[in-house]
Design a protein around this ligand. Structure first.
Ligand SMILES: Cc1cc2nc3c(=O)[nH]c(=O)nc-3n(C[C@H](O)[C@H](O)[C@H](O)COP(=O)(O)OP(=O)(O)OC[C@H]3O[C@@H](n4cnc5c(N)ncnc54)[C@H](O)[C@@H]3O)c2cc1C
Length: 368
């Protein structure tokens, strides 16, 4: 059968572009269609963990010196305690979504990926996709159309897994980042997540369990942070999103595969979604090149395991404030454990090493 393209990617967000770049690097012909047109943004904490940056480098995406703001680790703060840890190897990067997107487009163009903007995909058919009213034949279809994926639905991959949804808002402020760390402020019913993204700009995300939450009301629950932001000019409109942990049992069917948020997501508090998407994209392209999507299924499960563990742990601290307060005090007294946890989070230590370090923490926790 004559195909119009080897791979058709539905969705030109970070996961779709990463998959397109990786597939193209294997010599496959690739077309990407997105219903929107650049600059495309989204409510996001805009922090890339070191492994995400590494994956981006492996895709050949070149970032410029002024594109973002490096951070060396993560700081947790609540009303009474503060604990921080540096990444064991390399730095993370805060970067505006529009800039990240632009750099990924540049790489895609260099590789001659076909990019169709303002082109919503409206359905699948047995030989490919329907885009802007045209039937396009593709050997493989990739659904990279985000958390509310239609491709997932059309291909029969939608799973009825229960989702615990949380509600998030993102706002930018024109203000010099005050910390070398990405900060997670823990409040009673919400978290605030702060990332420096430029010499004079910070990104603030507030995440709460309440649907009726609003940015400025929730911010008032973080007096230290609200004080820092006082008088600073807001440099973007408030933008909302839903986040949560959601795992897909199956990530492919026939010649259709899902990647990025379409294939499952981790709560925004992990700061992991982009990094995970880039690694999934590389694994998916390898599987396409081998012509065997079962390999992708196996890799996807493996890649999802660690973010799932970390995400569930953080959400437990969100639900149980007394547990969180004791944990914070104990971590403050055992900062080396926080370093180990962070090293595990970014894939630089194994669970066994984490368990050994936890023994010391156990005693601190009981006496906190
Ligand atoms: C509040 C919040 C904060 C976050 N913070 C971080 C963070 O700090 N670090 C991190 O790594 N991750 C973070 N994440 C996660 C991260 O934003 C996502 O994992 C990432 O955006 C997933 O990319 P994606 O390409 O899968 O989906 P998306 O970014 O949603 O892109 C999907 C694309 O598909 C297009 N599309 C949809 N339907 C169609 C269609 N029918 N036809 C054509 N195109 C279509 C859309 O226009 C869009 O461009 C955060 C998420 C949230 C909600």
């Amino acid at each position: 059968m004559a195909y119009d393209t080897d791979v058709f990617v539905v969705g030109g967000g970070p996961a779709g572009l990463a998959a397109a770049i990786a597939a193209r690097a294997h010599g496959l012909g690739v077309i990407v269609a997105d219903g929107a047109k650049p600059p495309i943004t989204k409510a996001c904490g805009e922090g890339l963990l070191p492994e995400g940056l590494k994956a981006l480098g492996e895709l050949g995406v070149e970032l410029r010196g002024t594109d973002g703001c490096a951070f060396r680790g993560i700081r947790f703060e609540d009303e009474r305690a503060s604990v921080s840890a540096s990444f064991p190897g390399g730095m993370g990067l805060g970067i505006r979504r529009e800039i990240l997107h632009q750099r990924m487009i540049e790489r895609s163009e260099d590789l001659r990926v076909g990019l169709l903007w303002n082109t919503p995909v409206t359905g699948l058919w047995k030989e490919g996709v329907v885009a802007a009213g045209n039937k396009i034949r593709a050997r493989w279809v990739i659904g990279a159309d985000g958390g509310r994926s239609r491709v997932r639905w059309w291909s029969g991959l939608e799973s009825p897994a229960p989702r615990r949804r949380r509600f998030a808002f993102r706002v930018h402020y024109r203000l010099a980042p005050w910390s070398e760390f990405t900060e997670v402020h823990w409040g009673k019913e919400a978290q605030a997540y702060v990332t420096g993204i430029a010499e004079q700009e910070v990104c603030i995300v507030l995440i709460s369990n309440r649907r009726d939450t609003r940015f400025h009301e929730t911010l008032a629950g973080f007096p230290k942070l609200a004080h820092r932001l006082k008088g600073a000019v807001q440099s973007s409109a408030e933008r909302g999103a839903v986040t949560g942990m959601f795992e897909q049992k199956e990530v492919y069917r026939g010649s259709v595969a899902l990647v990025g948020d379409a294939s499952g997501s981790v709560d925004a508090i992990t700061g992991e979604g982009l990094s995970l998407s880039f690694r999934q994209a590389a694994a998916l392209a390898d599987a396409l090149a081998e012509g065997d999507l079962r390999r992708y299924h196996t890799a996807h499960r493996r890649l999802f395991r660690r973010p799932r563990i970390v995400g569930n742990l953080l959400l437990l601290l969100d639900r149980r404030s007394s547990l969180r307060e004791r944990t914070m005090r104990a971590l403050e007294a055992t900062p080396q454990l926080f370093e180990r946890v962070l090293a595990y989070h970014v894939g630089e230590t194994r669970p066994l090493e984490l368990t050994a370090a936890s023994a010391a923490f156990g005693w601190r926790f009981l006496t906190a």
